[in-house]
Design a protein around this ligand. Sequence first.
Ligand code: MOS
Length: 758
Amino acid sequence: MTDLIPALRTPTAPEGTGLVKGGMQVSRVDGRAKVTGQARYAAEEQAPDLLYGVVVSGTIAKGRIKSLDLAAANAVPGVIDILHHEKRPKMRSWDIAYKDMTAPGGSPFRPFFSDRIFYSGQPVALIVARTFEAARYAAQLVKVEYEEEAHETNLLDTLDQAYKPRPMKAGFTPPSSKGDADKAFDEAPVKIESQFYHGVEHHNPMEMFATTVIRGDDGHLTIYDKTQSSQNSRWYVSHAFGLSKDKVTVRNPYVGGAFGSGLRPQYQLTLAVMAALHLKASVRVVLTRQQMFSFGHRPETWQKVSLAANQDGKLQAIKHEAIHETSRLEDYVEVVVNWSGQLYACDNIKLGYKLVAHDRHSPIDMRAPGAAHGVHALEVAMDELAYKLKIDPLEFRRINYANVNPLDDKPYSTKELHQCYDKGAARFGWDKRPLEPRSMQDGEELVGWGMATGQWDSLVMVARVSAVLHADGRLVVSSAATDIGTGTYTVMSMIAAEAMGLPLEKVTFQLGDSTLPMAPIEGGSSHVTTVGGGVHGACEKLQKTLIKMAKSMPDSPLAKARPMDIEFIDGAIRLRNRADVSLRLSDVLAAQGVERVEEKFFMTPQMLKQRKFTRAVHSAVFCEVRVNEKLGMVRVTRVVSAVAAGRIISGKTAHSQVTGAVVWGISQALHEESFTDHKLGRFMNHNYAEYHVAVNADIHDIDVIFAQEDDRIVSKQLGAKGVGEIGIVGVSAAISNAIFHATGKRLRSTPITPDKVL
Ligand code: MOS
């Protein structure tokens, strides 16, 4: 009985939108709700007698809390209570109870669990007050005494402590190797060896992490949480606090960006639930921008890439090793080097991957985790080798094009990377590129053109979807999916509308509630293949049922029609192209005497088919930079990103996804880094003033092209492969390569700030 939940305020396309088709440019169905402020985010939900929680953040990186002096804070008018490790509701003692659905191997961080401090910025107390202002003021008055222990937060100082994560424990497949890369490298005539360093990056979504817990009179908790999965947060709360499934509902109908930071429940959820249970009240906890730097991040990473080729430019050896930090508690893995075994044909490949444990919070996936840094290193190294060979960088990649996965010889389910190279190069005008660095200039600025290849995995998970057709012709499709701004509402509505031949405004896709049919976490660019496939499947079942109903009507004009000759169009079911042999869907339901027809679909990947193929999304990124050598300033004046990601369903939001990712790639290449004061073990630039992101003035022409591709191995229902993450992969490498072309200076580490250019 899945139908519309009013509190979710699920958006529907405006009247007059009409019929849609895959690939069409349709404006977001949630756009109007968002820009008019009708869309409510986690921190905006209201409840009677709502209490406000403000988190007190710890200031040491490692040690124990000796004592908390709460007297002054408690004396602030309006303060109700202060929670901390010695004053909190009962929670499960086993660490396994705190493992959310995407937790890596190890023992998750448990807020307020004990007096132990694991990282700087760790929450040590929660002030709960009648007003936010009182709580915020009181939070400043808490005095904490610590017993400090020596900490370690410096990656480059501790590379010798790197260890191989245990695959069984951390739940990952270690990178494989083939041939004898060391020998082939030593014997090859042309080679390069380069090291790369990437600092920590933080996600910085626009919406702060926030949770509003609304406690019902019966003790039921309705929780509005900023998360990439309502069901993951529901699962976590149930397990950590020992609350049965029916006692907790989590909602996330609107999420203001997340980029991976919401793949796991964050501590404001734990603390808000703690306070709600302890005080038997409704509670809201919102983190500050500074506190957004006190949980997961893209890890600080060191890499070494060694490439060798023969004189014709055929790769003889690829060696790639990576080491990045994790916390002492968990083995966070993002196997940085994987893509280096898949992108280019080569007989000798050696990949290595290690971690170093630091006194930090565990890193967490950030858009294209692993690939964003790993492919950067490989693609800059490829550029270096191309120059050494005096071969055009694009031509060098074509020479080494992998028609099968080099590591296991499996064919690709689809791979239209050639199209990306061709179309991207043509749009960019790559054929006019001079080979020599420092050969283009415009006034004060040196001009350079660079390119890189990108790859990301193509994932399908499992999901359940319900589709309900109402007698008034409205279709409601539901799944506990998430829209973190990526366009889920829009693309799912489009899939259902096209399948059922309904105008878009007659279709509502409902997401963002843990009680809806099971959906995976919105991550890994898998929502369209997974939930979208499920939407299509549910609609197909609904059609079969409606055809049966239509045929059984007295004197049915469709009684003898074969299913393949029947089509659904504009709220009717009819003989293909025969407007005169047609029945309104509302009449079909009326004839059965029913108000609604519901069908459910269980979406699973085609495992047996998929296993025979390598499944990946590809891209080619071309860019132009202008470098002022006197000032060290770099401007990225033109980017063409050509992406092969299967069938594109929602033309506009897919385009926006890649455009946004290119913006982020520019930001990653030139601006973003969270600096650590290693003496304190703390991030120093934890605000928007000092953590630089690309702004409008940094962004010029961005051109996005999609290759023609249709992948029925990854997605039997839709032919789609997913477009979220791929957009960022390769961008920073293309920029780095363009800077070399402009200046002759090879800059391997990001961000490429003016001090490095000078
Ligand atoms: Mo994305 S890093 O899979 O949310």
